[in-house]
Design a binder for this molecule. Structure first.
Ligand code: MN
Length: 232
């Protein structure tokens, strides 16, 4: 047994509906623009050549129902509702069929974003970490097994702030399918169980403030919620 100077970081895990064991998270990959209408509202367009990515630290993940303080270093904290999927098999350079088998579960997630710091990054050609890798910014609802869910189809994906609808779209608007993302991402990474992917947000992103309650869902999946408290 290795002796540590201090307790090693906690392992964040996501419950799986109907099961006792939870899914331990090792890496969080996020797809950039994956809905044309959201790309347009951000002043860009979807790259039809290939998807692209940023990452969030697993230490910054929280479960649905969490209450987090409004984060420091921003005056424009934004909500993004997303479909997430979890990898269940080791895959590297996956073809389409292998990519499909590699996805073991789906869930609803929030990619909370310091939009002002992300914009700084874009303006100054600097990394997005201050905008995207925010403490408490990767929120995950319980997962549902892919075998239980069936085809994703054109399920509704939606988000509300204090009960008012802000994002409302369907998964058929996804430019890059989950399988295409696995096939592409696995050209760069040895994907393995513990890797989760947020697949991008539809149009309608916008700011939240302290005291707001964010809720959202995707038809057939467990709903998600996040409460924002006062800044520290
Ligand atoms: Mn996002």
């Amino acid at each position: 047994m290795t002796a540590y100077l201090f307790d090693p970081p906690r392992v964040f895990s996501i419950p799986i509906t109907g099961e006792t064991a939870e899914y331990p998270v090792s890496r969080i990959f996020c797809v950039g623009r994956n809905y044309a209408a959201h790309a347009a509202e951000m002043g860009g367009e979807v790259d039809r050549e290939a998807p692209w990515y940023f990452t969030k630290s697993p230490q910054h993940a929280v479960g649905s129902g969490a209450e987090m303080p409004y984060p420091p270093g921003t005056e424009n904290y934004h909500h993004e509702i997303e479909l997430a999927f979890a990898i269940g098999l080791p895959v590297f350079r996956a073809d389409a069929a292998t990519a499909r088998k590699a996805i073991c579960a789906y869930g609803v997630a929030l990619d909370m974003t310091r939009r002002d710091r992300q914009q700084d990054g874009k303006d100054n050609r600097r990394p997005w970490d201050l905008g995207k890798d925010v403490e408490g910014s990767a929120v995950f609802a319980p997962l549902t097994r892919a075998t239980e869910l069936g085809a994703l189809g054109d399920r509704r994906i939606h988000l509300e702030v204090n009960g008012e609808t802000r994002q409302d779209a369907t998964l058929s608007e996804l430019v890059w399918s989950c399988e295409e993302v696995v096939a592409h991402l696995s050209r760069f990474y040895h994907l393995h169980p513990g890797d989760v992917v947020m697949t991008g947000t539809p149009a309608g992103v916008g700011p939240v403030v302290a005291g707001d309650v964010i809720t959202g869902g995707i038809d057939g999946l467990e709903p998600i919620s996040l409460s924002l408290g006062d800044p520290e």
